[in-house]
Design a binder for this molecule. Structure first.
Ligand SMILES: Nc1ncnc2c1ncn2[C@@H]1O[C@H](COP(=O)(O)OP(=O)(O)OP(=O)(O)O)[C@@H](O)[C@H]1O
Ligand SMILES: [Mg+2]
Length: 252
């Protein structure tokens, strides 16, 4: 099999006495959407920070197409093509949508005109084409999430790490965002996404990893993973799988 785009090998992250990531290994294959799901506090964002160079792992290795990138700073990881979004979106409020996206585009383009040109193109991909001149501060939550995706996309990633880009959106906004994510994948960008909105995971992801208390407890096709008793228990608490199956099964 071809070398995966990304391989995380036995990663650990300790924050003082807390083991946030506990011996996690995963691989992301090129050309598909992989989801990383798990309850709040499972360690998903921490793992994203490790992959993208924002945090060094306490132990373990990160490989990009077979090359060891463990401990590489974020701007160099991004130059290699691995770019993340942030769960807590903080655009430069005083800058326009266009200028915010251009910040991402500058990673691979020196010229301001070229960066702005690329930013405008990316803006239309995520449905912000009509809002280029608006201050970022005027965007709704859904608009800010799109802006965050656009900023990352403007850096022309090979692997895009999406950290809960649907969080805080209403059902209509989620329904509008799902095809945008699919479109990005269809354009050839490999995606690793964390997400709590299971319906979106089910419709988008080809492969799912489940993280609970820092550990990968299950992986596989979305339909298989959500029926796994260990996954049900991680979300709903100990004994939940047995209680649910006694009550007639789990429907997702
Ligand atoms: N910088 C930090 N210092 C100390 N503890 C941290 C730090 N970052 C995260 N943690 C802790 O590590 C654990 C994992 O947090 P993380 O944010 O990675 O979880 P998550 O799976 O992304 O959760 P959520 O679904 O709520 O976004 C939590 O217990 C969190 O409080
Ligand atoms: Mg998180």
């Amino acid at each position: 099999m071809a070398e995966p785009v990304l391989r995380v090998e036995r990663a650990f992250k300790r924050f003082g006495g807390l083991l946030a990531v506990d011996n996690a290994s995963l691989a992301v294959e090129a050309g598909r959407i992989t989801a990383l799901i798990g309850p709040n506090g499972a360690g998903k964002t921490t793992l994203f920070s490790i992959i993208s160079g924002f945090l060094p792992p306490s132990e373990g290795r990160i490989f990009h197409r077979g090359a060891d990138i463990t401990g590489m700073p974020p701007h160099l990881v991004a130059r290699r093509g691995i770019v993340r979004t942030f769960q807590i979106v903080q655009p430069f409020a005083g800058l326009t949508v266009h200028e915010n996206i251009a910040i991402g585009a500058h990673l691979s383009r020196r010229s301001r005109a070229k960066a702005l040109e690329a930013a405008a193109e990316v803006a239309s991909t995520v449905g912000l084409g009509d809002l280029l001149g608006r201050p970022a501060a005027s965007l709704t939550v859904a608009g800010r999430k799109r802006l965050e995706v656009a900023r990352a996309l403007a850096a022309e990633p090979e692997l895009l790490l999406l950290d809960e880009v649907l969080a805080g959106l209403n059902p209509a906004e989620i329904a509008a965002m799902v095809p945008i994510i699919r479109g990005i994948a269809d354009s050839g960008v490999t995606i690793l996404m964390t997400e709590h909105v299971m319906q979106a995971v089910m419709s988008l992801a080809g492969h799912v990893f489940v993280l609970a208390e820092g550990r990968i407890i299950a992986e596989g096709a979305p339909r298989v993973v959500v029926g796994d008793p260990r996954v049900v228990e991680a979300y709903l608490g100990h004994g939940a799988a047995a209680r649910l199956s006694a009550a007639g099964g789990v429907h997702v």
